[in-house]
Design a protein around this ligand. Sequence first.
Ligand SMILES: Cc1cc2nc3c(=O)[nH]c(=O)nc-3n(C[C@H](O)[C@H](O)[C@H](O)COP(=O)(O)O)c2cc1C
Length: 180
Amino acid sequence: MLEVSHGRTSGPSGTDRRGRWPSKLGARLHDHHAVPTAAIVYCSDTWTTAGLADDIADHLGRRGIATRVASIGEIDTDGLAEADYLFLGCWTHGWFVVNQHPVQRWVDWANVLPRLEHPRVALFTTYRVRTGSMFGRMRRVLREKAPRIELELKAKGTHLTDEGHRALDEFLDAGERLGV
Ligand SMILES: Cc1cc2nc3c(=O)[nH]c(=O)nc-3n(C[C@H](O)[C@H](O)[C@H](O)COP(=O)(O)O)c2cc1C
């Protein structure tokens, strides 16, 4: 099992700036025998989405994927375009039954992302009642950046459901078949 590397040492919106991606993210494009890489970046106010990011990271680690987890406040975004898998997460903000959307801090961050041609992208969120328009709104923000958003994961707490784990496995299996 690969060790999962966590960028976070303080709170989810903390000031730790160690957020450089492992150099293998850069090397990966030129080395077809390298292990697949994943970056998981989250926006979380009260740690739930951060916890879900960790749960996803643990799962990827068990699948032999070199994974880095960080909050949007502690990461340099340039290396993200080189990851094989990119998981972008934000907590669900809205009026609980309608108007769910990512928080402005995430939108501002997403708007300055590089173009994400290479990574297979997944979105994730945590919520209490329903996610409603959340993923649609995240997709709209990423429209010009990420042509390949292939998975949406949601949880009411810090752990994926069995169904979520299955969907994640299918996403990774498809990546393996494509030679990621
Ligand atoms: C101001 C506010 C608005 C929220 N709006 C919604 C909502 O529209 N739908 C929903 O299901 N949960 C909503 N929630 C619940 C959060 O999405 C949920 O608690 C989430 O897991 C928090 O993530 P975090 O701990 O990473 O910050 C809202 C919470 C707050 C504080």
